[in-house]
Write a protein that binds this ligand. Structure first.
Ligand code: PHE
Length: 444
């Protein structure tokens, strides 16, 4: 494996990894969950899980990927032997499932962005959303989005993924910041900040709030399915992994937080809390356009910025999801990148067509991926690095100035804190997720 591709610069890696982390999860999913789960208390829990379990798992993924220089399936067998191979397969499966429905949502955002640019803000967002979110329209945009993702990934790590991310990430940041600043000038924005930032811990400890906060931390950081591990496999041997972890985690949380600073003031200033209160998957796609329409001329600009930010975020995340599957085929089957992208991309697009045709399937896939697959993946990974791998502490320290005791703390977190939290969460999320799947299958 001497001619493995590499990032052309450290900044390139960082942009791609942050690109993977920052996506629909930070803007669409984070905002709708925050609204649904009661505001600031959810945000606090999400931050807690990001720090306590997210960052340690991210560092574990980075360590395995960089050390093995192989795609996840082979990285796990490299460090853990044959019995860990199936975990690698779980990662690939998860990437497959997530990308298939993620791309449908990304398709909606392309549609909204394009219409905001060429036609203006929709006048009747409710019926608009039901028109475009399922059926042939959703399918066409889903396929279009997948084609773009495939076109980038086929160009390879530094010429495709890195180049796009290095332009996309600053752009996204610019969009989100400008909207957040504009939102602050709206009359009545204060109520939005209050809702978003003033924690009422009364219902923070409701089980479903805890479960969603943990799932969201994993999803948003792209953990539990080998995306970060795959990107780390293209790193040079001496990169400083603890530092990368802090940067990626910090930027990911920062952008989610900023997204809240743009969404909530707008929602409250325009008095559309009720639309979001009964939050579902589509809430933002219905409520925010209503707000944009009520803003007059400025609303169109805000809409263009907002949906373009979503498109850009979705694109760089989707790239990383596809790369997990592609790298598994390149390394494991010795396929060319082109062939791998073609086969993986079209099969994912096919699976996604079910989500495009029926939004309930999409919702179900999202639940299975987040409340089940990512958490099981993260649990198994922490058990592997915590209990089975030989001397992860020395491995992680390569290239880093960080002291050994700090890394021992990391190792202990992986041994105890991460598995305990994840088991607790899974204990509560698995039954309800399976019931939902069962109900759907018995009465679709
Ligand atoms: N982190 C991405 C987001 O927030 C989604 C994602 C999950 C990407 C898992 C890769 C792997 O949108």
């Amino acid at each position: 494996m001497t001619n493995r591709e590499q990032w052309s610069s450290n900044l390139g890696f960082l942009a791609a990894a942050v690109g993977s982390a920052v996506g629909l999860g930070n803007m669409w999913r984070f905002s709708y969950l925050t609204a649904e789960k009661g505001g600031a208390a959810f945000v606090a829990l999400y931050l807690f899980f990001t720090l306590a379990i997210g960052l340690p798992v991210m560092l574990a993924e980075l360590t395995l990927g960089r050390g093995a220089k192989k795609s996840p399936i082979l990285a796990l067998t490299h460090f853990g032997g044959e019995r860990w191979r199936s975990l690698g397969w779980l990662f690939v499966l998860t990437g497959f499932v997530i990308l298939s429905y993620y791309s449908v949502i990304a398709g909606w955002t392309i549609r909204y962005a394009a219409e905001a640019i060429f036609l203006g803000v929709p006048l009747n967002p409710g019926s608009k959303f039901s028109e475009i979110s399922q059926g042939s329209d959703a399918f066409i945009y889903h396929v279009f989005f997948m084609a773009i993702v495939m076109g980038i990934v086929v160009r390879g790590v530094s010429r495709g993924i890195e180049r796009v991310s290095i332009v996309a990430m600053p752009l996204l940041f610019l969009f989100v910041c400008s909207i957040a600043i504009y939102a602050a000038t709206l009359e009545g924005a204060g109520a939005g900040y209050l809702y978003y930032l003033n924690a009422d811990f009364a219902n923070a400890f409701a089980i479903d709030v805890v479960v969603s906060a943990a799932g969201q931390a994993f999803f948003s950081l792209s953990l539990g399915m080998g995306a970060i591990m795959t990107f780390a496999s293209y790193l040079p041997p001496k990169s400083d992994l603890p530092r990368e972890t802090v940067m990626i985690g910090g930027l990911d949380f920062g952008i989610a937080f900023l997204a809240g600073l743009m969404v909530f003031p707008i929602i409250f200033a325009l008095g559309i809390q009720a639309d979001v209160g009964e939050s579902t998957l589509g809430a933002l796609f219905v409520a925010l356009p209503k707000a944009f329409a009520a803003m007059g001329g400025a609303g169109r600009v805000v809409a263009i910025f907002f949906f373009s930010a979503l498109v850009v975020g979705a694109l760089t995340s989707a790239i990383s999801l596809l790369e997990v599957v592609v790298s598994a085929a390149v390394d494991g089957l010795n396929w060319s990148r082109k062939r791998s992208v073609w086969v993986a991309g079209t099969s994912i697009a096919f699976l996604g067509s079910f989500a495009a045709w029926n939004i309930e399937v999409l919702d179900l896939m999202d639940q299975v991926a987040n409340n089940l697959l990512l958490l099981v993946g993260g649990l198994a990974l922490s058990i592997f690095v915590g209990w089975s791998m030989r001397d992860p502490v020395s491995e992680v320290q390569i290239g880093s100035q960080i002291s050994r005791p700090a890394m021992v703390v990391w190792h202990q977190l992986l041994r105890w804190a991460v598995p305990v939290v994840l088991l607790f969460v899974l204990w509560h999320s698995v039954p309800s997720t399976l019931v939902n799947v069962w109900n759907f299958l018995s009465d679709p």
